[in-house]
Design a binder for this molecule. Structure first.
Ligand code: MG
Length: 404
């Protein structure tokens, strides 16, 4: 029997985390869960730890009741339990993992991504904010860990060793379309978007949108933050920046196209005009499993796509006037430096405020724009600098929202 991959799941009680455990459940001979971290759902985390026999555990929220988790960790000689953000990072070393699935929510995931690569472990990345905010720090580490990982334009075959593997469905799709191709022969990356629940609506029609309406995503089943981001198209903006970093792609070579059925997960266009697309059912367990099985493919229990009943595939340009977050994110990415960090922080605050009923739906883009306008852009130098920019931008966003 080949050695099992030892997997640490950060954000294990969230949408990607629970689906990662579902993949592990189907492949016990290939995957061993060795560490789990959650935010505050202590009882869910304990149930996972018991099911998978895990004794390296962390809870990001230091306020939660953790007696059961402490006992679970103490029942093994090499058990570990900690609380708070630092404990989540300590788990990377303490769990003895080979692979870290980073499905933390928001900018807090950056440090975990950084420490994973710095420790020489494989990063299976669902936390796109890591690259949006800190791509300038993360990608040099990924390239150092895997010198065979080409950037778009390099005269080299795209077949990374696999130090950094994207879980985001679009980037997983682009990664698969690029495999075996020469990176110098890639012309454009086509990132597909479902368009969200408000596709085709005008700005006037979006004035009174409620959280419940925005949380009803038509095709993908995801957590609250990303579902709101999908409805504003900010998620697609973040993904454009993510693609820029992951594949070393210039911004003018990354196109966004609305594909409402979400059957095409993204496409790559080559020098001769040929286009490769990645299709499949909208089940996140496919990209999660590929990030864990790479370079192999394993059996999967997900429903198969039946092209006889798929019907039509529609395409449209995104409406960037109505969904301004996509334009703002492109602007932030193009300018670069610390601006994407400021943009992302403002968006996180505005989305949280919207979910709490404290910010109108269209106020999300207004808040992001105001914080970006105020931001003094610098080159990215360190995580500490980004943490500071993030905190300052959150303050600016809260100020903006309290004055609405
Ligand atoms: Mg995505």
């Amino acid at each position: 029997m080949t050695r099992r991959k030892k997997v640490l799941v950060l954000g294990s009680t969230g949408s990607i985390g629970t689906q990662t455990l579902d993949v592990a459940r189907k492949h016990p001979e290939r995957l061993q869960i060795v560490g789990l971290a959650a935010g505050r759902r202590a009882s869910d985390l304990l149930a996972q730890a018991r099911e998978f026999g895990v004794h390296a555990l962390a809870l990001g929220d230091g306020q939660a009741d953790a007696e059961g988790l402490r006992t679970q960790a103490a029942s093994s000689d090499d058990g570990f339990f900690g609380m708070g953000e630092r404990a989540v990072i300590d788990l990377i070393d303490a769990s003895g993992c080979d692979v870290v699935v980073n499905s933390l929510v928001g900018a807090q995931g950056l440090r975990a991504s950084y420490e994973t690569l710095a420790a020489g472990k494989v990063l299976a990345l669902a936390n796109k904010e890591s690259l949006v905010v800190g791509g300038d720090l993360i990608m040099p580490l990924a390239h150092a860990a895997d010198p065979t990982y080409p950037r778009m334009g390099d005269d080299a075959e795209f077949r990374p060793r696999g130090a950094l593997l994207p879980i985001d469905s679009e980037h997983g799709a682009i990664f698969q379309c690029l495999l075996g191709e020469n990176a110098s022969e890639v012309d454009r990356l086509w990132v597909t978007a479902s368009g969200g629940p408000f596709r085709g609506k005008t700005r006037d029609q979006l004035v009174g949108v409620t959280p419940a309406q925005a949380l009803a995503h038509p095709t993908w089943n995801m957590g609250a933050k990303i579902t709101i981001d999908s409805s504003t198209l900010m998620n697609k903006g973040l993904e454009v920046i993510e693609a820029h970093h992951l594949f070393g792609a210039p911004y003018d070579s990354i196109e966004v196209v609305v594909q409402p059925q979400s059957a095409i997960h993204s496409m790559v266009e080559f020098a001769d005009g040929s286009v490769k697309a990645h299709l499949g059912t909208t089940d996140m367990r496919i990209p999660i499993q590929f990030a864990l099985s790479y370079p192999e493919r394993w059996d999967s229990p997900v429903a198969r796509m039946d092209f006889r009943t798929l019907g039509s595939l529609d395409f449209a340009a995104p409406d960037m006037d109505t969904f301004r977050c996509l334009a703002l994110a492109r602007q932030a990415g193009g300018r670069g430096g610390t601006l994407p960090c400021a943009m992302n922080a403002a968006n996180e605050v505005a989305v949280a405020a919207f979910l709490e009923g404290e910010c109108p739906y269209l106020g999300i883009a207004d808040c992001v724009e105001a914080v970006m306008d105020e931001h003094d852009v610098q080159a990215v130098e360190s995580i500490e600098q980004l943490v500071e920019v993030d905190a300052r931008s959150r303050d600016a966003a809260r100020d903006f929202i309290s004055n609405l």
